[in-house]
Design a protein around this ligand. Structure first.
Ligand code: CP
Length: 309
């Protein structure tokens, strides 16, 4: 039996998770996925617990799947609308979190455009904090659901290869996935225009290239990323059309890949920019399986952190 316990722990990043931690979380997921496949998708595991969703950035998948995950476990889920909260009257983040903690919330789930905010709040409040995406830093639950989706398909990820393509420097999804995939024994290569490739990737054991047409020929999974123009301070590529010409995963490019290659995207997708509709909706795509698994992974995490028994 595993000696790992997540009870009361924060989930702030993949960087500080061990390989055993990651596998412990992934091993808990299938039983929660089974709950979501039932006619009545609800178990009493977290009855009496209160989950607060505190999202300072837009979200469809992460916020909704945390809400669905909490409700399927019978927890009470509160979604704070930041624009109508007292933050708009000048209340500080710290004071807001202290007040939510004083209402005996059991866990805070935080997304913020500034890197490190969930870590700051985790030091400020006694409740566990889950990072739902902080700036360009990390998006740990996205990486967990991505590697779960691959393990579900292949079993062990040891020796498998991944190509992550797009706006790597702006992407918290890329960073968390690089860390999770490397810890699970995968080879990772990132690909994008030179202006979108961060420095220091070699320290994580990651290769980089700007030649998508070559790199796609030797990978087991290709993960496409949205260009995050909201994070750019400078123009990083002359035009969207030129970007799409070189880095859009089209049906023609996909035909150069190995047989059985898996196509992933964390969403939201920009059809025709980084991924062509026929690929997003095609047989190699697991994009909606990622979303389905996102609910089960978040159910497992809430269960492990809030200690439902
Ligand atoms: N993948 C992801 O984080 O999507 P949302 O921004 O919709 O939550």
């Amino acid at each position: 039996m595993s000696s790992i316990s997540f009870r009361g722990r924060d989930l702030l990043d993949v960087e500080t998770l061990s390989t055993e931690d990651i596998q412990h979380i992934l091993d808990a997921v299938p039983s929660f996925k089974e709950v979501s496949e039932r006619d009545i998708k609800k178990v009493p595991t977290l009855r009496g617990k209160t989950i607060v969703n505190l999202f300072f950035e837009p979200s469809t998948r992460t916020r909704t799947s945390f809400e669905i995950a909490g409700k399927r476990l019978s927890a009470d889920v509160v979604n704070i609308s930041v624009s109508t909260s007292s933050v708009s009257k000048g209340e500080s983040l710290r004071d807001m979190a202290d007040n939510l903690a004083a209402m005996q919330a059991d866990v805070l789930i935080v997304r913020h455009h500034v890197a490190g905010v969930p870590h700051f709040l985790a030091r400020s409040v006694p409740q566990p904090v889950i990072n739902a995406g902080d700036g360009a830093h990390e998006h740990p639950t996205q990486a967990l659901l991505d590697v779960f989706t691959l393990q579900e398909k292949w079993g062990s990820l040891q020796g498998r290869s991944a190509l992550i393509v797009g706006d790597i420097a702006s992407s918290r999804v890329a960073r968390s996935n690089v860390l999770a995939m490397r810890k699970l024994g995968m080879q990772v290569c990132v690909c994008g225009p030179p202006t979108m490739l961060p420095v220091g990737l070699d320290q994580l054991g990651v290769e980089s290239t700007s030649d998508f047409d070559k790199a796609i020929q030797s990978t087991d999974v290709v993960m496409m990323l949205r260009m995050q123009r909201e994070r750019h301070k400078d123009v990083l590529f002359p035009s969207l059309a030129e970007y799409a010409g070189r880095y859009c995963l089209t049906g023609e490019r996909l035909r150069r890949a190995r047989e059985g290659v898996v196509v992933m995207h964390p969403g939201p997708i920009n059809r025709g920019v980084e991924i062509a509709p026929e690929v997003a909706d095609g047989l190699a795509s697991v994009i909606l399986q990622q979303v389905t698994n996102g609910v089960a992974v978040r159910m497992a995490l809430l269960y492990l952190i809030l200690g439902g028994g």
